[in-house]
Design a protein around this ligand. Structure first.
Ligand SMILES: *Cc1c(COP(=O)(O)O)cnc(C)c1O
Length: 392
């Protein structure tokens, strides 16, 4: 037996179960329409909520910054010094979010890996929503703290779990802001109540709320008007901001600590120059006008309403993320394949990203879609849905 025979077996098994992920190749810029594997298709997959991934202002800003600063940051910031662009972005993000300070990372994933182990360790306890994102789970594991999962979006269960944990040094409560597979929003005001009652650090990962929730996309803390109450806000610039990069926003003291002890900050280089400049341009756009955020929500409400009228089960989303619940993974894969033939790019999502038996197609609405685009998408869903017996 070769050393990798087990991998061949695992992959064959994934293929049999309809759980093997085929990655499509995109041959055009991000937008409402894409050239994918040689075919022009409507894009319902990207987290490019505001259509910024190919926005002329971001492209211009990146070009101008390259002219001035080149491309790469050279080394990690604590060793080689930090570029004024990164400092400027952190200042602007802190202002945008209405917090004391912010620190950027190479990605949202890294922001979680940096933050959680810097705040808790062996002998400490983390209370984590059962459906938290993989990067939160990995950050929790890296910390070596005890991880106690509480029932999804359930502050009463959180209270119960806290009462059961009597042996601890420090404690942390961590939750996704928007849960990306279902589109539901964490009950942050209630979680804050619990955190305040017990004087526990509260951290929210607002990757899908950044640029989406709150006034002009200021995020979940603004949405619930909890300014100054949530200790740590993690965010990403790879979704609504249309670029790449992670951010942690909150109290100055916590940001200062992450500059000393956040391992992905200390041991991995910073965002590149064009990324950083493009993110600055994204903040400019968001501060100038709420137009894109407003259009995103208008599109999402229209699409959700029409899908429900057609008879699809769209779960319990409260955001522009629309899951179309299909059950078994092979049906979801077949649905996605047929949509693609009809000119719609919407990926099937199955285990392990979502629980077994809860496979779905996930539609990401954006501000880049026109009314015609949405109607075309609805036409394709109706056609394939009837053909596969999902709706009548
Ligand atoms: C997407 C996502 C991340 C990862 O963000 P990247 O910037 O792409 O690394 C982290 N947390 C949550 C909740 C996410 O949805």
């Amino acid at each position: 037996m070769s050393k990798t025979a087990w991998i061949e077996q695992e992959i064959a098994s994934l293929k049999e179960q309809g759980l093997f992920t085929h990655i499509r190749t995109i041959e055009s810029p991000m937008g409402a329409w894409l050239q994918v594997d040689g075919k022009r298709v409507l894009n319902f997959c990207a987290n490019n909520y505001l259509g910024l991934a190919n926005h002329p202002k971001l492209v211009e800003a990146a070009k101008a910054a390259i002219e001035k600063y080149g491309i790469g940051p050279g080394a990690v910031r604590t060793i080689a010094g930090t570029m004024s662009l990164h400092v400027e972005l952190e200042k602007r993000l802190a202002e945008f979010k209405g917090v004391e300070a912010a620190i950027t990372f190479q990605s949202g994933f890294n922001a979680n890996l940096a933050t959680i182990p810097a705040l808790v360790g062996r002998g400490d306890v983390i209370f984590s929503d059962r459906l938290n994102h993989a990067s939160i789970i990995d950050g929790c594991r890296l910390s070596r703290a005890k991880i106690v999962a509480y029932e999804h979006c359930n502050p009463d269960d959180l209270r119960k779990k806290i009462a059961e944990e009597t042996e601890y040094n420090r404690r942390l409560i961590v939750t996704d802001g928007v849960f990306s597979m279902d589109g539901d929003i964490a009950p942050l005001p209630e979680l804050y109540e619990v955190a305040a009652e017990h004087d526990i650090l509260l951290m929210v990962d607002d990757a899908h709320g950044e640029g989406v929730l709150g006034k002009g996309g200021r995020g979940i803390v603004d949405h619930f008007d909890l300014h100054g109450k949530v200790d740590i806000e993690v965010g990403t610039m790879s979704k609504a901001f249309g670029v790449v990069g992670g951010v942690v926003a909150g109290k100055q003291i916590i940001v200062d600590w992450l500059r000393q002890r956040g391992r992905p900050f200390l041991f991995s280089s910073a965002m590149t120059v064009p990324d950083t400049a493009a993110c600055l341009a994204a903040v400019d756009l968001l501060e100038e006008s709420t137009e894109l955020v407003d259009r995103l929500w208008k599109n999402a409400e229209f699409f959700k309403g029409e899908m429900k009228k057609l008879g699809f089960d769209t779960g319990h989303t409260e955001t522009p993320i629309v899951p179309i619940m299909l059950g078994e993974a092979p049906l979801a894969q077949e649905f996605s394949r047929r949509l693609f033939e009809e000119g719609v790019f919407a990926m099937a999502i199955g285990y392990p990203t979502v629980p077994k038996g809860l496979a779905r197609i996930r539609v990401m609405n954006t501000a880049a879609h026109s009314q015609d685009d949405l109607e075309f998408g609805l036409w394709a869903f109706e056609k394939v849905g009837k053909e596969l017996g999902v709706i009548s």
